[in-house]
Every structure is written in C-alpha cells, then in structure tokens.
Design a protein around this ligand. Structure first.
Ligand code: NAD
Length: 290
C-alpha cells in the first residue's frame, strides 16, 4: 500500500480524497490510502482524514506519495519538496509554469527513483475519445480549437500553461507541433484575455489554438478540423452512461505506475508528450510577451 497526502483542498484536492476513500474496486487505485491533507487554512479533520503540516507530510514514513492540487503557481515548489523527500508525486496539470522547471523536476524524480505523474483528465473524456477515433488515420488539412471560459482565477499562470489540456488534445490528435506565431489580446480592467497560437503540424499544416477568457464567457470548446474528404465542426460523442469518474481514472493510472504495471516505454512516451506540451506553452508565452 502507498500512504498518500493531498496538498490543497479545493475542487481537485477534495475529489482526490473522496476517490481514495472509495477507490474503484479491483483497480490499482486501491493501492493508495489517504493519510492526511495539507491546507493553508486550519480545517481540522475532513471526512475522517486528518490535517497535517507540510513538514509532517514530507517527513512521515507512512507517507510515500503526494497529490499536489494547489493553484498552478505553487505546483513547482511543492512537487520539488516531495521529490526531494523521496516521495512519488501526482500533480494536477500543468506541472509547472515554466518548461525549464518541468525538466528539472523530471530529472530530480529520476535521480530519486520515484514516479512523477502529471494528471491529464481531459484525455479520459468522451469528447476526446470520440475525436481521437474520428481523426485516426486522417490527414489534417487545417484546424482550429477555440476554448472559451470565465476569467482565469489568480495564481493559475499564463493562458498557454493554464490551458495545457487543450494543447495536450492537439498533440495527442495530430502529433508533435511547432509554434509559428502567437499573440495576446488583453483588457486587464475587464479581466479579459485572448491568446491565439498559430501552430504547425510535422507536415506543415496550420493548426490554430485560441484560449479566450472573460467574465460571462461560457465554458466551451469549438472545433473546426478539416481533412481531405470531411470536416469535424462539432463535438458530438454518444452519451455515455455510468462511466468511471475522470479523476478516478487518473488515480487508477497513478496507482498502476506506482505498482509497476505501466511499461518503461509507455512512461517514456508520456514524459516526452508532457515535456513537449510544456515546451510549446513556454514558446507561446515567450512570443506573446515579446
Ligand atoms: P481551487 O482554487 O479550487 O483549489 C486550490 C486549493 O489549493 C485552494 O483550496 C487553496 O487554498 C489551496 N492551496 C493553495 N496553495 C496552497 C499551499 N501552499 N498549501 C496548501 N494549500 C494550498 O483549484 P482547483 O480547481 O482545485 O485546481 C487545482 C489544480 O487542479 C490546478 O492545477 C488545476 O489546473 C488542476 N485541475 C483542476 C480541475 C478541476 O476540474 N477543478 C481539472 C483538472 C486540473
């Protein structure tokens, strides 16, 4: 069994505790047992799980894994501390707000011989699975993915990093990408921002990624992917019933990594994708802020 702590008791952290208290029967998630949580607020026990200080979480022998579920800005420091202490880490995306820091953390994890896992629940969604099936074997001519959502919460970082889930979709669908151009429109007084990244596939097909956030904007994704003989303009997966929760699926994957059920080759492929996406995000940010 792997004793685990959850750092940051917001939306994601609370789900992590709930899932560890009732793991998917017969899955690798059962190998994780929650030992406590860390919060900046003094909260007392939650659902029978005790509050720990950060130093208890880092030093207790019965804690061998940590879930980092804080705002994006504080991921890097928390992940580094747990890796230094020799603990496995599952961090909610994005792992860090800089590419360089992410590479350092992977190196540290390898040096310590522990698992570093970045959550990507967007890859478990019905929308993504449906898209992946449609796109399989097709040659993209050009495409657009336009995400809208409410104003970004403070401490969640630049749009290219906070929206890494969308970028991860594009890379999983169309392979490794390069950045051709990127721009940012901002109206700080109205909490509005729009990033437009012009990307290219390996065979130079244009792919535009837009992240637009502002008060009252609906949380939605619009797509327009053109192929030789058809276009995908709507996300319309069949309704799925009784599916396992997205965070639970991620917990099962993390548990599988801890118990050696994921091959070294698969780990390497995933690491390459995570680092590639963070590298693209860094390039986009640098271009927008030039
Ligand atoms: P949130 O604002 O609800 O929660 C963040 C929590 O972390 C807050 O309770 C805050 O007080 C706490 N916190 C911050 N710094 C801390 C520290 N140093 N020590 C202890 N606690 C600290 O945000 P959220 O929606 O839960 O998102 C958290 C992370 O999960 C983000 O990285 C986000 O990108 C990722 N994520 C969230 C979702 C989701 O559906 N909410 C989905 C995928 C990924």
């Amino acid at each position: 069994m792997f004793g685990a702590v959850v750092v940051g008791l917001g939306v994601a952290g609370s789900v992590r505790i709930r899932d560890m208290l009732a793991p998917l029967p017969g899955s690798a998630a059962e190998k994780l047992t929650v030992k406590g949580f860390v919060s900046r607020r003094s909260m007392g026990a939650q659902e029978g799980v005790e509050q720990l200080s950060m130093s208890e979480a880092l030093n207790r022998d019965d804690v061998s894994a940590a879930f980092v579920c804080t705002e994006n800005e504080s991921h890097e420091e928390a992940v580094r501390q747990f890796l230094e202490a020799g603990k496995h880490v599952c961090v909610e995306y994005p792992m860090t707000l800089s590419y360089k820091a992410a590479v350092e953390l992977w190196d540290l994890a390898e040096e310590k011989g522990v698992i570093l896992h970045e959550e990507h629940i967007e890859l478990f969604t019905a929308d993504f699975k449906w898209l992946k099936e449609k796109v399989e074997g097709q040659k993209l001519q050009e495409g657009v993915l336009h995400f809208t959502g409410g104003s970004l919460k403070p401490r969640f970082g630049f749009l290219a990093f906070s929206g890494i889930a969308r970028l991860t979709w594009l890379v999983e669908l169309f392979g490794e990408l390069s950045v051709h151009r990127a721009t940012l429109e901002e109206d700080q007084s109205n909490n509005y921002s729009k990033m437009t990244a012009h990307l290219l596939t390996a065979d130079n097909r244009p792919l535009t990624w837009i992240e637009e956030r502002g008060p009252g904007l609906p949380r939605a994704k619009k797509i327009n992917f053109k192929f030789e003989s058809f276009a995908l303009t709507e996300l319309s997966p069949p309704a799925s019933r009784g599916a396992v929760g997205l965070f639970m699926q991620d917990l099962v994957l993390f548990g599988a990594k801890l118990t050696g059920q994921v091959s070294a080759e698969e780990l390497q492929t995933e690491k390459r994708r995570v680092q590639h996406c963070l590298n693209l995000a860094q390039t986009i940010q640098d271009l927008c802020q030039k």
